[in-house]
Ligand binder design. Structure first.
Ligand SMILES: [Zn+2]
Length: 278
């Protein structure tokens, strides 16, 4: 969860692009269109919550994974399931699944959006001592990012994207102590170590904890360290149409240019490779 607070700022947004498109149309008097249906996305949070906590090795986690796989198969061109069973430093073997949903899988130019679908087994950072040993419900921390990506999947199914788009739902991200690499970011590490052949997305964006009542998205420090972020490009594009304005529909992002090798070895995950030639 603590890591999630940080990673909340790692997100980006197709919603940003969609919002800009909508504003551009509105500014010209044209009919405003929204390809992302927020109300529908909210129902995806409710459906996840109905499973209870989605903690690995629990029935709620199993049901959630089955549900998510079914949702993705109804929308994506291709769905790849990565099943893996890592063992934690405490000797617990976890049954985990990553879901990799691809739109236009044949396209060379691709972008990647990610969210984790598991939830924390303990609310150890809760200000309420009585809750610290209880599972996190995961409406914000877990379900919100998944809901956004499912909403994106709806939009992509309704209208195929001009480039390839991949949605990655990682598992085992929030299982335990973020100082223990055997308990956290497990799905991301596994994916980084088992990439599709030649996989080099233009950029990647992680969504997590995007359901706050009062959202704030900050530029993530890794972005400036590893290169110009896709958010900057999106902001530039938007500002040519009209001034960018803060909006709940605007997500920030993260772009890291790292090699496959460093991806698989870094304690933070993430992708983002191949900057467009420049
Ligand atoms: Zn999280």
């Amino acid at each position: 969860m603590r890591r999630c607070v940080v990673r909340r700022a790692w997100c980006v947004g197709i919603a940003f692009v969609l919002a800009c498109q909508a504003r551009a149309g509105a500014g010209n008097g044209a009919k405003t269109t929204r390809e992302f249906n927020g109300q529908t996305a909210f129902t995806y949070i409710e459906q996840q919550m109905a499973f209870g906590p989605r903690v690995p090795n629990t029935p709620g986690h199993d049901k959630m994974g089955d549900w998510l796989a079914a949702q993705l198969r109804q929308r994506a061109d291709t769905v790849i399931v990565q099943t893996f069973t890592p063992k934690t430093s405490k000797g617990v073997t976890l049954r985990l699944r990553n879901f990799f949903a691809r739109f236009r899988p044949e396209a060379t130019d691709r972008v990647l959006f990610l969210a984790h679908w598991d939830t924390r087994p303990k609310a150890d950072k809760s200000a309420n001592l009585g809750q610290q040993q209880l599972p996190v419900p995961g409406a914000n921390d877990g379900a919100s990012g998944v809901a956004v990506l499912l909403g994106v999947a709806d939009a992509l199914k309704a209208r195929a994207p001009g480039i390839g788009v991949d949605l990655l739902f990682v598992d085992g991200e929030d299982y335990g102590d973020f100082n223990d690499s055997t308990e956290t970011l497990l799905g991301a590490r596994y994916f980084a170590a088992h990439l599709p052949a030649g996989y080099t997305p233009l950029f990647a964006v992680l969504f997590d904890m995007v359901g706050d009542k009062d959202l704030q998205f900050l530029q993530e420090g890794w972005c400036s360290e590893y290169g110009r972020s896709p958010t900057s490009s999106v902001t530039d594009r938007c500002s040519r149409r009209e001034p960018a304005r803060p909006s709940p529909t605007i997500m920030c992002h993260c772009s890291r240019r790292v090699s496959t090798r460093s991806m698989s070895s870094t304690s933070h995950f993430r992708i983002i490779t191949r900057p467009k030639t420049q």
